[in-house]
Design a protein around this ligand. Structure first.
Ligand code: 5GP
Length: 176
């Protein structure tokens, strides 16, 4: 058990489990994108550790970039999505891979996809480390999924609770 701010979390996905799955995703993406020189865009802040590990498991030439968008405050969705910021690369005719830490309601991903599609890329696919099918409220295409998880709040491996817990190397689940 660990404490992050005022909440108690229990171990959920350990380092070997995460590492194994991230390597599998890297291999799959490398196979699918060989010869396409994709641009891989991580969504900050949550995806920074996942994209760091995933990018090392991808063995084809790929451009790496980051954008920022936020829909969460504390531990419940505000339902509000801000526009993406920091997109300083040309996406026209590029193969884009959007990398998220977690898809919950799907609102952030829907929003990201529509804004990226406005830039006329050759293709757009999505990668998420975690996916909560029971929380999904928007019809969003997820192309690569690390783990399907129950509708419970998680922290660690880049994911925060109110700004804290991102640096925990494994994934912990809110203990109820
Ligand atoms: P969505 O727009 O799909 O509802 O939410 C996506 C965003 O909400 C994620 O990028 C993440 O920042 C946040 N989020 C959703 N579920 C969780 C969770 O269980 N833990 C943490 N730390 N963030 C979450």
């Amino acid at each position: 058990m660990i404490e992050v701010k005022d909440k108690i979390f229990k171990p959920y996905l350990g380092q070997p489990t995460i590492e194994k799955r991230v390597k599998e995703l890297g291999r799959e993406i490398s196979k699918d994108y060989r010869g396409k020189d994709p641009i891989i865009i991580g969504v900050l802040n949550g995806a920074y550790i996942f994209l760091s590990d995933l990018s090392k498991a991808i063995d084809i030439p790929a451009e790496i970039s980051f954008i920022k968008i936020s829909s969460y405050e504390g531990d419940s969705s505000t339902g509000k999505v801000k526009r993406l910021i920091g997109l300083d690369v040309e996406l026209k005719n590029r193969h884009v891979l959007l990398v998220e830490d977690i898809v919950d309601t799907g609102l952030s991903m829907i929003n990201l996809l529509s804004q990226v599609n406005e830039k006329e890329p050759a293709s757009v696919k999505t990668v998420t480390l975690l996916y909560k099918p029971d929380a999904l409220r928007h019809n969003v295409a997820l192309d690569y999924i690390g783990f399907q998880i129950p509708n419970k709040f998680v922290v660690g491996y880049g994911l925060d609770y109110d700004g804290f817990g991102r640096n925990i190397p494994e994934i912990y689940q809110l203990s109820t």
